[in-house]
Design a binder for this molecule. Structure first.
Ligand SMILES: Nc1ncnc2c1ncn2[C@@H]1O[C@H](COP(=O)(O)OP(=O)(O)OP(=O)(O)O)[C@@H](O)[C@H]1O
Length: 861
């Protein structure tokens, strides 16, 4: 370990720091941790005692999650098979926290975009790859994983195999569902060879078979990404779906959509479920309507919404973590008591949900999704509650001591009476000590207890001088709450009390074991209860998000996929509108798949283009999560993918030129998008020369409008792109409005029909307080250039300027001609195009040639 220039030989950590360090290393930094121990502290005999990595926290689970729950868990392995041309990807996924195994197998493109999508949806903490994998694939996976905050671990090639030993292991681990074949090898999931090879690597890495607590625990199912909206890493980042890598918890409402929708989530299972939903927006109407009904019902009763989180859900512990602990027989009485306390709150939740009033249809969803499952689990836990009340001393437990009731055993009774006597003696010791110090017992001087110190006295800081120089009393510590101290008498009594307590613990151990064994039979119910509460928690938080912004959200009207509806009235960006100091200007985003499916958005820098197009993508994702959206009115046909691309400069693919990165990322969009997708492109073509960039932007938008046919929002600085609206049906221009008055630019953030008719670059620079002389110089140059284009005779222009000027004139002339033509007659258009092509070939004009070269190959493809 190094600290500046110096090497540290060692660092001493207390327990709290050790736990915090482990949490930071494993959960925030995604590092691997190995703990070495040496018997007898001999310096050369260190061996690994514990190890963990972000996807395998098993050995540190109790330490890490006793007070704080994990948000994401799970590990995935990737296996790639097939020949050089067509790749088959197999993914194995294990989530120990809920004993689930998943397998997915699918063909993929060379850039592994389908794999990215599946991993993005599963969101493991760690990815395993085989040492035998192609270097190019490994580096692509590593790059992707880095952007998602996942650790990549290379495992030996021979751990990726689905041989007889693997089938045997699966036979031990799987708990077969009713109707599933006893013969594990015959399960349909086991036939996905590439995927099961990946799964075997996970099982090997997690050493699942070495703990028989895992036997007959796991469920296996095939994972189908087709059920969920395709959202890739760039989209997640572009619409701020999740907080940045390393953020602890869900983050703040103005930072990301998860921070916004999860603002009132109180339970750890709720947090986990929200993250899962976020990775997997739905494509089916029915389950979304059910979620929306619940949000509507909660949203119409503010008091119920508030009480649900503050009075009930807040105090519920991580039931799924506790269920796992009970199942592994590692639970103690405190764990059983925490579950008991959680279950005691359920009847309050039931009454709140039963008290909601709304239409019959809405309430029937509340019943089916929340109320009935909750009531059922509550009834299943009735015997558990009774058992805890009969065995555990509930009064003591509420004070932080966890003991079996003394009535259970004569020995316990005897020890307990000794403890009571000692307690009484300590109370009378308090009176003598307070008399000695001239303080009032139980008022200015108190007898208190903590697990760490046992019993002690406490006075407030203002009485501190009373103890100064008094040798009969020993100060334990001083903090804001006061001074904790003891004396010989109390110390002796406390020691006897601790001894009696230890004896009580020992005597009750056998009974505790019996109680934990019985409790273990409830682990499935407790786990399922965690699921129901998580759903209630998340939907309640959706309702809170919908009512907590300055303007309320609305319930989106959902239409079947492919029905061509995308309509938001007075739409806002959900996170930006919550930022301090932002007075958000809402805009309509109404499209028609026939006439207005591709919108080219132009306008000044900082004018609100990105915000507008991203607000549409964010609203579509929110609606397909089952949340209300930040608009006055919303209707949409469910989409199969939301694909957002932000131009160069913000590229993921480091190491390649920005232009290449744009090309790669955008070509993935063209391959992945269908006519049911939503595509959002911001500033494409920035990473290259103007001509190339324009050509690329033109060809891509044309391809999306003509061939893909999906809804697309395209924000651009290429003014020339607005001409596409004259040529391709379904393409329209819109612009962000800005006004200049006496040289001062005012950004209105309003969206209007038509292209932007002015360039405001210098005005924007002015707003950002650019140095005055630079601005003046830029203005001069801009004028010169304008003059150059309009008035300067050709012989004074450089070749490039001249080419551009002529080229622009030629395109303008062509467009004017085209406008007058009958566009429905393809022959006429083709003739005109041929004429233009001939003109270009004979003109020897580089500007035009680059332009044509950029989009002709795309057209032909
Ligand atoms: N509708 C709106 N209401 C209020 N403020 C807005 C709105 N839209 C954008 N803004 C403000 O303007 C800033 C710039 O917006 P945005 O990045 O969307 O502009 P842009 O046109 O995409 O700019 P550029 O072309 O430079 O990328 C935002 O950070 C926000 O503060």
């Amino acid at each position: 370990m190094t600290c500046g220039q110096n090497q540290l030989e060692y660092v001493i950590l207390n327990q709290n720091h050790y736990e915090a360090l482990l949490r930071t290393l494993l959960l925030n930094k995604t590092y691997r941790v190995e703990v070495y121990c040496s018997p007898n502290n001999s310096s050369n005999n260190w061996t690994i005692e514990y190890k963990a990595s972000p996807g395998n926290l098993y050995q540190f689970e109790d330490l890490l999650f006793n007070t704080k729950s994990e948000l994401q868990s799970g590990i995935a392995a990737i296996k790639i098979s097939g020949d050089g041309k067509s790749k088959i990807v197999g993914v194995g996924f294990v989530e120990s926290s809920n004993s689930k195994m998943r397998v997915a197998q699918f063909p993929d493109l060379d850039n592994l975009s389908n794999m990215e999508c599946v991993i993005q949806q599963l969101a493991p903490r760690e990815l395993l790859v085989s040492s035998g994998m192609d270097d190019k694939d490994i580096s692509a996976i590593k790059q992707f994983a880095e952007h998602c905050g996942m650790l990549v671990t290379t495992r030996p090639k021979n751990t990726f195999k689905s041989d007889d030993a693997f089938v045997q292991d699966m036979g031990r681990l799987l708990r077969l569902k009713p109707g599933q074949s006893d013969n594990v090898a015959a399960l349909p999931e086991m036939k996905l060879t590439t995927a099961t090879q990946a799964l075997s690597a996970c099982i090997n890495f997690l050493e699942l078979v070495s703990d028989n607590g895992n036997f007959k625990q796991f469920e296996i199912s095939e994972y189908s990404s087709e059920l969920f909206v395709r959202i890739d890493v760039q989209t997640v980042r572009a619409i701020n779906l999740k907080p940045g890598v390393g953020t602890s918890g869900l983050g703040k409402p103005h930072e990301s959509i998860v921070g916004l929708l999860g603002q009132a989530v109180c339970t750890p299972h709720g947090q986990r479920l929200l993250l899962k939903w976020l990775q997997q927006p739905l494509r089916n109407i029915a389950p979304l309507q059910e979620r929306l009904d619940c949000v509507e019902a909660l949203n119409s009763d503010l008091a119920a919404m508030d009480s649900l989180s503050k009075d009930y859900l807040k105090g519920i512990p991580d039931l799924q973590y506790l269920a796992r602990k009970i199942h592994r027989k590692k639970a103690n009485l405190q764990d059983l008591y925490r579950i008991y306390q959680g279950v005691r709150r359920l009847s309050g939740v039931v009454s709140l949900l039963e008290g909601l009033s709304n239409s019959e249809k809405v309430l029937s969803s509340v019943k089916a999704l929340l109320l009935e499952p909750l009531k059922e689990k509550n009834a299943d836990m009735a015997n558990y509650v009774e058992m805890v009340e009969q065995t555990l001393d509930i009064d003591l437990a509420s004070q932080g001591e966890f003991l079996i009731r003394q009535e259970f055993d004569d020995n316990l009774k005897e020890i307990q009476s000794r403890r009571s006597e000692l307690k009484e003696e300590m109370e009378s010791a308090l009176f003598s000590a307070s008399r000695e110090l001239d303080l009032e017992a139980n008022k200015s001087m108190k007898l208190e207890y903590t697990a760490q110190h046992g019993f002690f006295y406490r006075i407030t800081l203002k009485d501190e001088k009373i103890l100064r120089g008094n040798k009969k009393f020993t100060i334990i510590d001083t903090n804001k709450a006061g001074i904790r101290f003891t004396n010989q008498k109390l110390r002796g009594l406390n020691e006897n009390y601790q001894e009696a307590s230890d004896e009580y613990q020992k005597t009750q151990q056998e009974i505790v074991q019996g109680v934990v064994d019985v409790a273990a039979t409830y682990s499935d119910t407790i786990n399922a209860l965690g699921d129901v509460l998580a759903t209630i928690d998340v939907l309640n938080s959706f309702a809170v998000a919908a009512s907590s912004s300055s303007e309320p959200y609305c319930r989106p009207l959902l239409h079947p996929p492919g029905s061509g509806v995308l309509k938001f009235k007075q739409l806002r960006h959900p996170c930006l509108e919550r930022q301090n100091g932002v007075d958000y200007v809402a805009n309509d985003a109404v499209f028609d798949q026939e006439k207005e499916r591709l919108v080219i958005l132009t306008g000044p820098n900082m004018g609100g283009k990105s915000t507008y197009i991203r607000s549409v993508a964010a609203a579509v994702v929110m609606a397909q999560l089952g949340a209300f959206v930040p608009a006055a009115e919303a209707a949409l046909s469910l989409v199969d993918s939301v694909l957002v691309r932000i131009g160069a400069g913000d590229s993921m693919a480091l190491g390649v030129s920005t232009f290449m990165a744009e090309m790669l990322e955008t070509s993935t969009i063209l391959k992945a998008a269908t006519n049911r997708s939503l595509v959002v492109i911001d500033e494409l073509g920035r990473g290259t020369s103007t001509y190339d960039g324009f050509g690329l932007a033109w060809a891509i938008s044309e391809n999306i409008a003509k061939d893909v046919g999906c809804f697309c929002l395209f924000a651009t600085h290429f003014h020339e792109l607005t001409a596409l609206a004259h040529q391709v049906p379904g393409v329209v221009n819109r612009h962000v409005v800005a006004k200049t008055s006496e040289g001062v630019l005012t950004l209105m953030y309003r969206i209007k029909d038509g292209p932007c008719d002015q360039s405001f670059g210098l005005h924007v620079a002015q707003m950002t307080e650019f140095p005055e002389q630079v601005l003046q110089r830029a203005a001069e140059k801009q004028k010169q250039l304008e003059l150059l284009h309009k008035w300067v005779p050709s012989e004074f222009l450089t070749q490039e300027d001249e080419d551009k000027k002529k080229g622009e004139e030629m395109v303008e002339e062509f467009l004017e001609n085209v406008k007058a033509l009958d566009l429905d007659d393809p022959e006429v258009l083709c003739r005109k195009l041929e004429e233009l092509q001939q003109k270009i070939s004979s003109s020897d004009n580089d500007f035009l040639k680059t332009l044509v070269d950029s989009f002709v190959p795309m057209q032909s493809s």
